[in-house]
Ligand binder design. Structure first.
Ligand code: ATP
Length: 347
């Protein structure tokens, strides 16, 4: 089986190597296809996301991606297509998603034993729409006195992410989908998103549906960890809410994710490139390892996915091997070796 590998930067190369080691410990043979991105792609093709990289991702169909350092204030990127058309995106991460027509970013947040304290029972999946909202990057300066941005919501994208959320709930034995929005203020954009979710909910009478304002959702998830099951939300709320969820269970280093489209899926941790700890060998690889498990499930290897997830939970919950973000002193390599040993010993 061929899996594309985008190493990324910051802690990316370290946690990518750990994830490859863990997936190989399942006993499956994978053909790793290195695909250049960011600085590697600039060196080879003169652009952080060249058409060669987009083509290679379409050819493999599934890939694991390390995080990318995003320049604050100057992340905009223009991709020029072979037919001469071009598109400007607000960041490289956004460009990857939209050049590949990836439309939903599932981010599971699941508590882990004592590490997650009173959020041990938190078990929700955030379905974040990733093609529109304020992250389309349509913003401009008005002289030097103001700047404005456009928030885009379309019926097609809102219904698509809603349908994906309900289908996911049905397939995975989940009981409730909650639309998270701010439709009391943003009557048109978030109002449309909410109305689309309500409409799609009618197609799934076996799954409960409700909605919650984003500010109230932040309050509820802190006070009552069991409140949410599957959350369907727009791009920016999903981005922020998932970091809150990761913090509640103990670390950004525990939160996996995926970017799913009709033909291509790219699996990545919820966190960023953590440049403050890059190269020190202490990054927590678990979020990306769990993203690798999501990839296995996506390609039909559910049993292998479960083995990886169980091994990770065993290592974290026993607390014998923890990276510094979880209060331990173990290195990336030590925790990776421990997870591999656990997978092999329980096979
Ligand atoms: P971005 O804007 O791309 O999300 P950021 O710098 O805002 O980047 P992160 O890179 O996710 O956010 O880092 C936030 C904090 O969490 C940093 O202190 C970082 O060291 C820590 N962190 C993130 N991921 C990990 C990880 N896998 N292991 C340990 N610490 C991490």
């Amino acid at each position: 089986m061929r899996i594309g590998i985008l190493k990324g930067n910051g802690i990316g190369p370290e946690i990518i190597a750990a994830t490859q080691q863990v997936l190989s410990a399942t006993g499956r043979t994978f053909e790793w296809v290195d695909i250049p991105i960011a600085n590697e792609a600039i060196a080879l093709h003169g652009h952080p996301l060249p058409q060669q990289t987009v083509d290679a991702l379409k050819a493999v169909g599934v890939a694991i991606k390390g995080p990318l350092i995003v320049d604050k204030l100057q992340g905009r990127l223009t991709c020029i297509h072979r037919d001469g058309t071009e598109h400007t995106y607000p960041s490289l991460n956004n460009a990857i998603r939209r050049e590949l027509a990836l439309f939903v970013n599932p981010r599971p947040i699941r508590g882990m034993g004592t590490i997650s304290g009173r959020h041990n029972s938190l078990d929700m999946v955030i379905m974040r729409e990733i093609t529109e909202d304020v992250y389309i990057g349509w913003e401009h300066q008005i002289g030097d006195i103001a700047a404005e941005a456009i928030k885009l919501t379309t019926r097609i994208a809102a219904e698509r992410v809603a349908r994906f959320s309900f289908e996911f709930a049905r397939k995975n034995g989940r009981r409730r989908v909650t639309c998270v929005h701010k439709a009391n203020v943003l009557n048109y954009t978030d109002g449309l998103f909410l109305r689309c979710c309500r409409k799609v909910a009618l197609e799934f009478p076996d799954i409960a549906f409700d909605d919650c304002m984003i500010d109230a959702a932040c309050y509820h998830v802190v006070k009552d960890p069991a409140r949410f099951d599957v959350i369907c939300t727009s791009n920016q709320y999903g981005d922020i809410f998932s970091d809150l969820g990761a913090g509640l269970i103990g670390s950004l280093g525990l939160a996996p994710g995926a970017n799913i489209g009709a033909d291509v899926a790219v699996f990545e941790a919820s966190h960023g490139a953590a440049p403050d700890i890059a190269g020190q060998g202490i990054a927590n690889p678990i979020a990306l390892i769990l993203s690798g498990a999501l990839l296995l499930r996506h390609v039909g290897l559910a049993e292998d996915a479960l083995r990886v997830e169980k091994a990770v939970r065993h290592i974290v919950i026993t607390g014998c091997m923890l990276t510094p973000d979880l209060g331990g002193i173990s290195t990336t390599q030590q925790i990776t070796d421990a997870i591999c040993a656990e997978i092999i010993s329980t096979s």
